[in-house]
Write a protein that binds this ligand. Sequence first.
Ligand SMILES: [Zn+2]
Ligand SMILES: [Zn+2]
Length: 205
Amino acid sequence: MKIETKSCRVCGKEKLNEEFEVDKRIKSGDQRTNRCYACKYEATLKYRATRTGKISRKLENAKQRAKRFGVVDDLTITEVKEVVGYFEDACVYCGEELEDDIVLEHVRSFSEDGPNSKGNIVISCDPCNRKKNNLPLIDFHYRNNESFTKERFFALVDYLAEINCTDRWNVVDDLTAHKTDFTLRKVRTALDKYYKEGVANGLRG
Ligand SMILES: [Zn+2]
Ligand SMILES: [Zn+2]
């Protein structure tokens, strides 16, 4: 039996057919390309280390999470690049310069039904992303107004207005409505728990 080999177009080495990557788009034969798996792996690693590679992986992660939460997802890689470019690699909340550890931050979090859309994403540092968690933007601002200052908050409101083709007062209305809804849910849950535990003894209890 003849052993089938061919040479890789990238490294030039003669290898067994089965060492070449399969591409389903090739309709004929065994669907194998002329690039060996070792070279394909190398190329993948190189791509992942690039800026675009890193950003696109963050986008992929966001898309998987959006699916789990069942929220709207229409974000594209071009849009993410536009957003990253717009904020010039600085955390939108604290202003810290970001190197490679950019977080795709959702102003309204997925758990609060925020969409994975251009109008809902900014970039932040990891600590700010963790601190904000699922807080409404207004609450996050009040709790962290030393780093996420009034100036930064208002600038973000204007950015959100521009990107969502509306005016700042509409954005403020939405943010306020979210804050109210969020607070209401929190208080209701807490009250419910309080009465279920039967510890309501009045002020003098
Ligand atoms: Zn090769
Ligand atoms: Zn930050």
